[in-house]
Design a protein around this ligand. Sequence first.
Ligand code: HEC
Length: 465
Amino acid sequence: MNNYIKFIMSISAISLLLIGFSSYSSSEGEKTYQEFCATCHGDKLQGGLSKSLADGVWQFGSSDTEIINNIKTGIAQNGMPSFKDILNESEIKDLVSFIRDEEKKYHKPQFEVISTINSFDYNVNVELVTDQVTEPWAIDFISPAKALVTEKPGNLRIIENGKLVEEKVEGLPKVLYEGQGGLLDVAVDPEYNKNGWIYLSFSHEIDGKGMTKLIRGKLNGNKWINEETLWAADEKFYIDTRHHFGSRIVFDNKGYLYFSIGDRGKRENAQDLTLPNGKIHRIFKDGRIPEDNPFFTSDENFYKTIYAYGNRNPQGLAFNPETGELWESEHGQKGGDELNIIKSGNNYGWDKITYGRNYDGTVSTEKVKMPGMEIPILFWRPSIAVCGIDFYKGDLFPNWKNHLIVGALKFEEVRLLDIEDNRVIHQETIIEKSGRVRDVCSAPDGSIYIVTNQPDKILRLTPQK
Ligand code: HEC
């Protein structure tokens, strides 16, 4: 009998506890949410000035206790205010119960699995995000749920919650879509949540001549607004060729923006410090030129934005999260594709030294090294036509953390490079023959996005459960 009473008592204690927990009111929470949180996190918790609170992705802790703490103390360095003096304990718990209800309603986008790969570490699903894009060139993410894709003919597309938005972004400048020219890279400001800036590089035309140009702007729905020119060469640097425009755009965590321009088909120009082509450039995010750029003061004719030179056609740039160093990939000639670490003032040798040969097989220079010039960390022979690169930063493939993801156009491959102490100690080809790989991206949700041409697709890699 005694035991039976104990049993009944514990049952009622548990149900009391349960009632106790569920007594926080999601509907009260919703009111508080709309009043205090919606301006930044979106009226449907979808994100906006800051990230979505309903997508199941928690950067700062996913337990109720952690979320409650984050609301109380705020996350000052990221611009999340503290609410401990504004909301009381039970108001905050109502809020969390509302956020949890919304999180349950959120459906993670489902993608069609089009193939699987067995890599050394993982069995991987290759998912189709979309094949409704035209010559996609680059991808970058605004939030886990929202990505931007450039199309070389001149369009910027939005992928939202896994779906390609049908309307193209309106109001972009006209690009020179010819040869290798067109709309090229897109990069989202690392402080996008605060400032909304999006950066684009493209081939720009003046009177039939072309040159790479860099702009930034903001998105209002699908309208491109507040455009600013960040970097444009003087007209005299525009030339007739339609190849080797570069380009990639990346940011470090000190407020600098780096971008690349190829030699524009004038190989000897890469060594000429008075010309912008065949270089890696560094500017501030608003276009100002840092006075400590390596050639800022050395000679008044030197191009002041140059950060490094002697680069043939760099189409991959990425910061190594472990060392903070800038890694670069560039198309070489036949057999001379390079992987470099870019440092201020360095000369990467093109066209004085190279491991490549002319396309007709003849030798352009026997030299692979010369004093004052850098040899690559790695070169590919035969050339894989190395394009976009990115370091893997996510959690879905823990064994791939900080590996360099490398896309190849000609070889239609994605490779993973294991890098230790700035040496490539292993290369694994994880994707073969799935189209010319233009860009690769370690996505905020931990998956890997791949941009291919012929066929034009956006693919997504996730581990099989
Ligand atoms: C002024 C803008 C602003 C307001 C208002 C605001 N937040 Fe935030 N919040 C942020 C930013 C910025 C972050 C950092 C994450 C990011 O980069 O988006 C953040 C992060 C968070 C996180 C952590 C998310 C994670 O991924 O771990 C939680 C939880 C959160 N906010 C809840 C709230 C709640 C609840 C309210 C309303 C009481 C609120 N926030 C109001 C800007 C805001």
